[in-house]
Ligand binder design. Structure first.
Ligand code: AMP
Ligand code: MG
Length: 520
């Protein structure tokens, strides 16, 4: 198998002087060399053709033993020097010290068609950053990462991309609910790609350790390779760097809000420096529109990472990154200005995004109120976000009486749509229809526009769970079906109509559907 490996991260940055692969504090280094763990009986479940192409490999090559061995960590190609990255992070609002790639191993960087792809294996064994854990991953969490990163990509949302999903043939012990009931699950490895996997936490660890030499080297490296539009140098370049990261991160979270994606663990170690959605753990998709919802059981008390709080958390995380960059800039004012601008930009971008969801192309100052009232209405009774927006596009300007019929299917209990609830919806729909009359485009054109931003198919929590339960029995049909369907989330795809439906009742409180733990 030929891969055009051209490492820069490990070649240009400081490596850990110690080679021993035991859990420890790594000082003054960006990464540690490690060897992935051999597995009992590796077998391929799925590959992404698009990502196989991206690496310059053929479909045939992706089926060979060599491919399976390399992308499960069982074979290291002669020019590969695998390593784990050192980073820290703020977890749930507190500085957690060194974290690092505890269950991720970088195989290196491949350049193909002028694009650079860093390759990571998730679940290929322990590293110096594994702390007390095993460095492994189970099939359940690997399927969740595999399917969701694919779904996000096709929704047009910046994300890391999965290349392959494999079984290791080993069993892995996990206590899913952290309640003293561990059980063996099938071990798995996901290989994934991104231009770089650098996170906010890679910078934070050096600032925390007062290691300004490595901090500067890492910032200069990141700008040189991934922020090539920055033409200034010195402090100006660092300020511009932070400004661009802020813009990327805002763009990412606005997309999340648009489709109802809740990341679940927005710690600073899970914030990509490129604004990519990264580390799919206990994430979830809003079914009932509830800004207070988080899928992560670990966060049940404070709900720090609830849907409605995600844009604010991004700002908080950016603030932590600004602190980490400060020693290189030594002037708080420009960093503060960027963070303040984030708040106003957020309002503008959110308004723009919501307008597009409602099919409003013209500017109207009353839209802010219209949107606010919509968000209040969506919370009156259990209402499915995806169904609501998709069906809203069916409303026609001249048909006030039937408007409510078009959106009815989004209500979990249609019988709740009465009295004051019904009244509020009718009032809102009247306003919305009046507003639509100010638009010059036809109903059909508006529907087309809205269908480009309001997906018909998202990875509902129970869908991933069903695919996992089948895959656990060795049946990958549903996994394949979802993978195919999620490639075209905005298309009608009549043969998949059954997935355009409210969450079934059995999934309401089921583990894996509405409750997820970090156990992976
Ligand atoms: P997360 O927030 O799930 O992305 O992970 C937080 C930290 O825990 C990261 O440093 C991970 O590498 C580490 N971690 C999570 N699961 C494992 C595991 N099974 N083995 C080793 N490290 C892990
Ligand atoms: Mg992580």
């Amino acid at each position: 198998m030929k891969l055009n490996i051209q490492d820069t991260f490990s070649k240009e940055l400081q490596c850990d002087a110690i080679l021993e692969n035991t859990p420890r504090q790594v000082k003054n280094a960006c990464f540690s060399y490690v060897t992935p763990k051999s597995t009992a009986n590796p077998s391929l479940i799925h590959t992404s053709k698009e990502m196989v192409d991206a690496l310059g490999l053929s479909t045939e090559e992706a089926l060979l033993n060599d491919f399976i061995s390399v992308f499960t960590g069982n074979k290291v190609l002669p020019n590969m020097e695998p390593y784990a990255m050192c980073y820290g992070g703020h977890q749930f609002g507190n500085w957690a010290g060194q974290l690092g790639d505890g269950r991720a191993i970088n195989l290196g960087e491949v350049v193909h068609n002028s694009k650079r792809w860093a390759i990571q294996l998730k679940g290929a064994g322990a590293t110096p950053y594994s702390r007390t854990a095993d460095g492994l991953a189970v099939l359940r969490s690997s399927i969740r990462e595999y399917l969701c990163s694919e779904a996000m990509h096709h929704l047009g949302i910046p994300t890391t991309s999965a290349l392959s999903l494999s079984l290791t043939g080993d069993e892995v012990l996990r206590d899913v609910l952290y309640n003293g009931n561990p059980a063996y699950e099938k071990g798995a490895v996901v290989s994934r790609l991104a231009p770089t996997f650098i996170r906010f936490g890679n910078f934070e660890i050096f600032a925390a350790n007062n290691d300004l030499k490595n901090l500067k080297q890492l910032v200069d490296y990141t700008i040189k390779h991934f922020f090539t539009e920055i033409k200034t140098t010195g402090k100006d370049a660092y300020v511009e760097f932070f400004k661009q990261i802020t813009a990327f991160s805002l763009d990412m979270v606005i997309h999340w809000q648009r489709v109802g994606f809740v990341h679940g663990v927005m710690n600073t170690d899970n914030m990509s420096i490129l604004g990519l959605t990264i580390d799919y753990g206990p994430y979830g998709w809003l079914e009932d529109y509830d800004p207070g919802w988080t899928p992560n059981t670990t966060d049940r008390q404070n709900k720090r990472y609830r849907y409605g709080n995600q844009p604010k958390v991004v700002q908080w995380n950016l603030f932590k990154l600004a602190n980490a960059l400060f020693p290189l800039i030594e002037d708080a004012a420009p960093l503060e200005a960027i963070l303040e601008a984030y708040a106003s930009d957020l309002e503008l971008k959110k308004l723009e995004m919501m307008r597009s969801k409602l099919g409003l192309l013209k500017l109207d100052q009353d839209d802010v109120i219209l949107i606010q009232e919509l968000e209040e209405n969506l919370q009156l009774v259990e209402t499915d976000m995806t169904l609501f927006y998709r069906n809203l596009a069916n409303i026609t300007k001249g048909n006030q009486n039937e408007a409510i019929e078009e959106i009815k299917a989004a209500f979990y209990k249609e019988e709740e749509l009465k009295n004051s609830v019904l009244e509020k919806w009718n009032t809102w729909l009247t306003k919305y229809l009046k507003r639509l009359k100010k638009e010059t485009i036809s109903d059909t054109e508006r529907k087309c526009e809205m269908n480009l931003v309001n997906p018909k198919y998202v990875l509902r929590n129970y869908m991933a769970q069903l695919a996992i339960e089948e895959a656990d029995k060795g049946n990958y049909e549903l996994l394949n079906e979802l993978f195919t369907m999620l490639k075209k989330p905005y298309d009608e795809q009549p043969k998949y109509q059954k997935w355009f439906a409210k969450r079934p009742d059995w999934a309401r409180d089921k583990v894996g559907c509405s409750m997820l733990s970090c156990s992976s």
